[in-house]
Design a protein around this ligand. Structure first.
Ligand code: AP5
Ligand code: MG
Ligand code: ZN
Length: 214
């Protein structure tokens, strides 16, 4: 199964993608997670990406496309993969399509998790991310067993640098301008499905499984 997760920042792409990846036994590929891992490890790519991410802007296409195109050609992607946070611009979508066409493959589902802007700001302020393993929680909607401590690895939780309200506002503007056009792109490709992302996490997951027929 080859799946793209679409949706505004904070719509729940990461939350749902992790669960889908588990059920469908396919790798979860999050460009945001890849950049954050690079920042943590002090790589050159991480340093470049950070200057854009901290401002709420997109990392330039040329730093993203090759990375993903290489990743989806690795062995573990043979039975499919789930892309979270990529593509985010029309040129990225075109690059993905070209890479897959070259090997006679194509994406099968583009799942748009639809959440209005009003709901997003609150969600982001309550999100907490683990510095160790990247697991995501929410102080109200998905709390950890012990406050401030990751359930998975026991490391500490932080508010992501780009989750400050003013940066979230900028990310939403960037989303509407550069990423939302992908909804039409994938509608034309005939693979777009929309789910109501304002529902509970479990209900959103249930709706997605129905769409995927699993
Ligand atoms: P990225 O990490 O992809 O961030 P994003 O798209 O802004 O999305 P988020 O990860 O913030 O949200 P999400 O939809 O995954 O929501 P989550 O599941 O965590 O990218 C970060 C930056 O990297 C970008 O700004 C850009 O600079 C750069 N970048 C990455 N990819 C790029 C690309 N392809 N091109 C260029 N630049 C790129 O959920 C959010 C919160 O809500 C959580 O706390 C969660 O617990 C909670 N929640 C989830 N679902 C529900 C629900 N149903 N009800 C209540 N709460 C919920
Ligand atoms: Mg995410
Ligand atoms: Zn952790």
């Amino acid at each position: 199964m080859k799946i793209i997760m679409l949706g505004a920042p904070g719509a729940g792409k990461g939350t749902q993608a992790k669960k889908i990846a588990e059920v469908c036994k396919i790798p979860h590929i999050s460009t945001g997670d890849i950049f954050r891992a690079n920042i943590k490890n002090g790589t050159e790519l991480g340093a470049k990406a950070k200057t854009y991410m901290d401002k709420g802007l997109l990392v330039p296409d040329e730093l993203v496309c090759d990375l993903v195109v290489d990743r989806i050609q690795q062995d573990d992607c043979k039975n499919g993969f789930i892309l979270d946070g990529f593509p985010r611009t029309i040129p990225q979508a075109e690059a993905l399509k070209a890479a897959l066409t070259a090997i006679e493959e194509k994406m099968e589902y583009a799942i748009d998790i639809d959440v209005p802007d009003e709901n997003i700001i609150n969600r982001m302020a309550g999100r907490r991310a683990c510095v160790g393993c990247g697991a995501t929680y929410h102080v109200e909607f998905n709390p950890t067993k012990v406050e401030g401590v990751c359930d998975v690895c026991g490391d500490k939780l932080i508010l992501r640098d780009d989750d400050k309200p003013e940066t979230v506002k900028r990310r939403l503007d960037v989303y509407h301008e550069q990423t939302q056009p992908l909804i039409d792109f994938y509608k034309k490709e005939g693979i777009l499905v929309t789910v109501d992302g304002t529902q509970s996490m479990d209900k959103v997951f249930e709706d997605i499984l129905k769409v995927l027929g699993v």
